[in-house]
Design a protein around this ligand. Sequence first.
Ligand code: GLA
Length: 735
Amino acid sequence: MPICYHENSRTFHLYNDDVSYLMQVLPNGQMGQLYFGRKLRDREDFSYLVRTEERAMNSYTSEDRERRLSLQQVRQEYPSYGTSDFRSPAFEIEWQDGSRVSDFCYASHVIFKGKRKLEGLPAVYVEADGEADTLEITLVDRREGARMILSYTIFRDYGALARSVRIQAGGRGCRLERVMSLSLDLPDADFVSVQLSGAWARERYVKERRLEEGLQGVYSMRGASSSEHNPFLALRRPNAGERSGEVYAVSLIYSGNHLELVDVDHNHVTRLLAGIHPDTFSWKLEPGAVFQSPEAVLVYTDRGLNGMSGIFHELYRTRLRRGIWRDRACPIIINNWETTGCEFTEEKILELADTAKSLGVEMLVLDDGWFGDRENDWTGLGDWYVTNFQKLPHGIAGLAEKVKERGLRFGLWFEPEMVNKDSRLYREHPDWILQVEGRFASPGRNQHVLDFSRQEVVDYIYDAMEKVLGSADISYIKWDMNRYITECGSAAYPADRQGELFHRYILGVYSLYERLIARFPEILFESCSSGGSRFDPGMLYYAGQTWTSDNTDAVERVRIQYGTSYVYPLCSMGAHVSDVPNQQSGRITSMATRSNVAHFGVFGYQMNLTAVTDSEKEEIRRQIAWEKEHRDLIRCGRFYRLRDPFRENTGAWLVVSGDRREAMVGYYQIYREVNTGWDFLKLEGLDPDMLYSVNGGVQVSYGDELMNLGILLDQERFGIAKEDYASIILHIKAV
Ligand code: GLA
């Protein structure tokens, strides 16, 4: 996967077997972008792509009458506003004299094998230098002596590039007002943009719109990546679907405020920007100081949306997630939240543990309510130690021990970033919350956000958590975050640094994760934010899985997991079987459908197992046995979406093993329809020449037949229940 630099034409060409990315130093010294897309043969010169003709209403970069270079007319690598380009810029810097005009020109570059770590920020990584090459281009603004380093890593095996930017102030310092992680100029606007948007309990719904001239995009200014808009945006050709067609996509490895913006200009050039949301960001750089942007992953494929997801899944599963749990299945969990809420006793929990163990469950997770005076969500957050010994007479260590004696691992819930006013922590440190002097601090879920931009606050929470984790046998942490950030001010920073707080907050969260991971490398972390309000690649770097949604209704979950799968691998999506009527939707679905959905994620239970009937227990035993047998296939296999539950009455997906000898299909029907026509479900990813049996011989066919003709979904043959919300799993095995 070479990165070539052609000295004469000053052209950079990054390519692997799938994609090419071309840049050139423009006649004015700034960086131009020439191409990103399917792989091109390398050549010395692509200069014809730099247009230098005169056009009405343009301004130019020089007085030269022959070569009329207008930045408005060329595609640029990392554009600014203020000279001859009027479009949305990738960066904006206020200099000491109050001006915002910049001129960063090519100075030098380095090419090296592998990839550098990003200081204090999550990023994809390599395990061997041969997996990727990196190019770093240094640009200099001569007037200010400021430097900018544009970083590009191209992977050997994926149609993906990781990009980020470092800015170093010159001798006079400056203020960064916008630092996007990447900018991409595409030469036309014939695209449909695809976003993952929603809200609490309906996270990451797939939404599409045709691009038009002007601005369009998604963002968060909530202090977390948010369930409203995931830090992701794809541009697909109108004819691109799941199986084929061109797709460009960007995914930002960041958990705070973000913006993915598309600016289509009057010539239908599409500019795609992704990075920290500039409206809530301002960063003072002292002379010589450096700012590192988050990393963004840019993907191109001509294999449709499934092709795009395949790239993200592999990259994020194996080169973003870390630690010993990256390559292990998460134990099957029973979580007590939907059963007990905060009202439990040790006895109740142990009863749940006993039953869970007898059914084959592997870990018990004690959710909210174990610490301080936590009787409900008005009290206790911040006091990470047991004070209520009526509830937990033997403390956490004692309970963990008892759970372990029963043959289960033990996991624990924390919400480290939060505090209730009714807590010892708040009473002792009322100034430790994010707030603005003289303004009302808006509560959310009766709690406030701790000021994680301050080292002493992070240190305190680290010590408190370290104490609990160090004193008990704890295998797993569910790390929650149940409100967004308001009144983002800090008593610890001067006026001219208040604009840094949203980003500093997230850096504080990352640093706490990093320290806990270093101290407890065996602990499996799951991130959570009222369900999936912070389900983003930044979190996956620290916590390899995320609680996908508080909505555990199986029908709703088909959509939520379907949308989430656009970017995130199944091994990152917490999915539990819960009681019915469902706590959020009130819907009643069969036990089979609930587990048929949850199997396609990180499987577990969030139900009162002590209250289920004997026949339900038998069913749960079967589900757990199924999970143990097939979870490695689900975790590591290649995932394909087959039926879109946002458009159809059914949803379906498929996971195929690496050797293509085995596959598992999940098929979900919403309403039962009667007297329907032919229904063929076409599979993907199989070996066309391999003979497969479906569900132990109900059908035996070659892969080509299963993919091209499809499986005829006969209710009789596959035992699809005659009811709403019926579902089946089809097990495809080579014979
Ligand atoms: C959030 C989480 C839930 C549960 C509760 C506890 O809502 O998403 O799973 O942990 O908090 O308060």
